[in-house]
Ligand binder design. Structure first.
Ligand code: GDP
Ligand code: MG
Length: 424
């Protein structure tokens, strides 16, 4: 059985947290796109963990974790992240972590180029996480990237390093007027951070196909949300990879298999880290209050996240892109203590109300149309079943469910693993 866990909004919906919870019923958890620009915070009985590259299933001893071919892997970051987790008592060995030989390696010069370009753009910057993601995906499609499997053949690798360094310096030196990248530093880098990973590298597509044949349950863990997808998101303020569920079988290495279901993770309000149009954005005191209540600071970068009320227009679009069969609505507890709650139910464009999410450029002209709902004043973080919730919170859930036309199966009311409600 193949299930995808994907983001409905702009990312940071709590995917890591839901993967940590739902992976109890799965044998394999697989990341299929993106790199260490992801930041998933997970809190369970073993501690508090921040995961950038490792699937959230790594926190369960009996789950095998896969880094799929659709990913871009910063091998230094991976080494440090794994060591940090090991220091927190998590076992990571080739038995429970498998890295695709076809996954692409994010190099230090990709990080450098990401920073140089954001600095060149100055006030027109994209709000990149500066982790080299756009440059490395660009190189992948230019066919000038290194793949993990190349680490297994040092002789061939050396020749490719020479060719790629020569090409890369055309831009690093010629374009950005920066000091050149050298062959020696790249070879050293591979020796330090690549060689120790050799035993983890394999054909993960083959592994997943075998696992599927044996009836194992496989979960795909997305990074970011639908609105950051390279094709369907708010381009160019998107990530450089496919964040949508339909890409999961490809990015995991099993294009021959079909998803059985897609669980969309959707936040009870809106947040957006970085630049780009964000129609229902709150500013000033209102924003401050919501940001503080939700602890909305980026896990990967520490940047304050932009916040706003729940956006039906954007979320319905996200649900459509993700083909979500059901929803986990997260962080409902954050909305406690408001007399009244706003929900963005439509956008106003040129004096008309629209309900379908428009082309990115048009978003700049859209104004949010709000519906008002009654809030609740009590703490709901200890609620564990629907009947524990105050009527106003239940009404809020039902309102969103109907507006979005997708069943809400789980509602989370706290960051800890068990702080959730199963609605049906
Ligand atoms: P991801 O990137 O989608 O995995 O989400 P992040 O981990 O970046 O952001 C979600 C944040 O909300 C994390 O800090 C979680 O610990 C926290 N969180 C998740 N679910 C809940 C919840 O139901 N209530 C509260 N208060 N916090 C939550
Ligand atoms: Mg995140």
């Amino acid at each position: 059985m193949l299930t995808s866990i994907c983001g409905i909004n702009w990312g940071d919906e709590g995917k890591g947290r839901m993967v940590d919870l739902l992976s109890r019923d799965f044998d394999v958890v697989c990341r299929y796109q993106g790199g260490n620009n992801a930041g998933h915070t997970v809190i369970n009985e073993r501690g508090k963990f921040i995961l950038n590259l490792l699937p959230s299933g790594i926190l369960r001893e009996d789950v095998v974790n896969v880094l799929g071919n659709g990913m871009v892997i910063d091998i230094k970051h991976l080494t440090e992240e794994a060591n940090r987790l090991r220091a927190q008592g998590i076992q990571i060995t080739p038995k429970n972590l498998k890295i695709s030989d076809k996954a692409v390696i994010t190099m230090p010069y990709h990080v450098l180029m990401d920073c140089l370009e954001e600095e060149r753009l100055a006030d027109k910057k994209f709000g990149s996480t500066r982790r080299g993601i756009a440059p490395v995906y660009a190189d992948k499609y230019m066919k000038k990237a290194f793949r993990m499997g190349e680490l297994l053949n040092p002789e061939l690798l050396k020749k490719r390093v020479e060719d790629i360094v020569e090409w890369k310096n055309l831009t690093v030196v010629g374009g950005y007027n920066h000091a050149p990248v050298t062959v020696e530093e790249i070879l050293d880098y591979f020796k330090t951070y690549g060689e120790p990973l050799k035993d983890y590298i394999c054909d993960t597509g083959l592994y997943l196909n075998e696992a599927n044949k044996q009836g194992k349950k496989i979960m795909f863990e997305a990074q970011l949300g639908a609105l950051r997808d390279i094709d369907f998101g708010i381009y160019p303020y998107t990530s450089s990879s496919s964040t949508i569920a339909a890409y999961a079988p490809i990015g995991a290495g099993v294009p021959n298999l079909k998803l059985d279901n897609s669980i969309g993770i959707m936040k009870a309000y809106s947040t957006c880290v970085g630049e780009g149009p964000f129609t229902a954005e709150y500013f000033g005191e209102k924003a401050e209050k919501l940001r503080e209540a939700g602890g909305e600071y980026g896990a990967a970068t520490g940047r304050p996240r932009r916040v706003g009320p729940f956006d039906v227009v954007a979320s319905r679009y996200g649900i459509r892109c993700q083909g979500a069969d059901e929803i986990a609505l997260t962080k409902l507890d954050v909305l406690s203590g408001h007399e009244e709650l706003e929900v963005c139910v439509a956008y106003e464009l040129n004096g008309k109300e629209i309900k379908e999410f428009p082309f990115t450029d048009v978003l700049d002209e859209c104004k949010p149309v709000f519906a008002k709902m009654k809030g609740w004043n009590c703490d709901i973080s200890a609620c564990r079943k629907p009947s524990d919730l105050p009527k106003e919170a239940l009404d809020y859930i039902r309102f969103i469910e109907e507006a979005c036309e997708c069943k809400i199966r789980y509602v989370s009311v706290g960051a800890e693993r068990e702080a959730y409600i199963k609605m049906y």
